[in-house]
Design a protein around this ligand. Structure first.
Ligand code: 6GU
Length: 273
């Protein structure tokens, strides 16, 4: 996979040299190219922003530097054999970046990121490139960052770990919270390692039992407990048809009841507690 990032803060992307993404780069599984948007400005102040039409606070990033940068990056990429670019535009007004979007992006051969500062990029830039390639406007959560660079780091890490051969163990993301499949829509429960006792705290005994069936059941119960506590919306969204008898038992203990529509709702007394 090839990644291009265009930014006015290239040094903000230094973490792409480190850890999982850095290693994938070193192994040649990922080609990362960080570009300084100001390389495509020609005035004395390297201006990338201007006042918004229609008035209002803040500044808007200008069309020309982005257009020239993207044209050249596309030309250089195609020249070196890259194909099927997708544009990833981090913005708080984008669609939510989820594991599903990460998986979709991980199947693209070439991603071009345009993290913005100020109030964002003149709309015409996304509209222009949308005629030539898929454009993903994504938000990493319901809060506002000063710029999209941190979002690029987040998205890149989520995508890179899904590339074939990047994580050591192909099974490693099977049980991820939010991974499609067995533990779908449940958060992962707690994990433990040696020593078996630390500051008077023991490991849950079942984990030492060697009984794989009991261990799997315990882990699933813990996943329900954690999900009910931290993300009740995930349980409300679940199709109860995916739950077995033991799942229903633990949900009932946690205060959830099935509705005729096949979903689970928390009993009123428990909601108010
Ligand atoms: Cl992608 N960018 C900015 N500036 N703020 C955000 C965001 C992105 N996602 C959530 N907040």
């Amino acid at each position: 996979m090839r990644l291009d990032v265009v930014t006015i803060f290239p040094e903000y992307l230094e973490p792409l040299n480190v850890s999982l993404v850095g290693k994938a780069r070193a192994r040649g599984q990922l080609g990362v190219h960080v570009h300084d948007l100001r390389d495509w400005t020609y005035d004395r102040h390297s201006t990338v922003d201007d006042t918004p039409y229609g008035g209002g606070p803040g500044m808007v990033m200008k069309t020309e530097p982005w257009g020239e940068a993207l044209d050249q990056i596309l030309a250089d990429g195609y020249e070196s054999g890259a194909r099927e670019p997708a544009l990833v535009v981090p913005t708080p007004s984008g669609r939510r970046f989820t594991q599903e979007v990460a998986l979709e992006l991980s199947r693209k051969p070439w991603l071009i990121f345009t993290p913005a500062r100020y109030e964002g990029i003149d709309r015409r830039v996304a509209d222009e490139y949308a005629t030539r390639m898929p454009v993903y406007e994504v938000s990493i959560g319901d809060y506002v960052l000063a710029g999209g660079e941190a979002a690029v780091l987040v998205i890149t890490e989520a995508v890179a770990r899904l590339l074939p051969g990047v994580l050591g163990n192909a099974e490693s993301h099977r049980d991820d919270s939010f991974a499609p499949g067995a533990m779908a829509d449940l958060l992962e429960g707690p994990v433990y390692t040696k020593p078996p006792e630390w500051r008077g705290r023991a490991i849950p005994e079942v984990l030492l039992s060697g009984h794989h069936g009991k261990i799997a059941r315990w882990r699933r119960d813990e996943a329900f407990r954690r999900t009910a506590r931290n993300r009740p919306d995930l349980i409300e969204r679940c199709d109860a048809a995916a739950f077995d008898k033991k799942d229903r038992e633990i949900l009932s203990i946690l205060g959830w009841e099935p509705e005729p529509d096949g979903r689970f709702w928390r009993r009123r007394a428990d909601v108010e507690e």
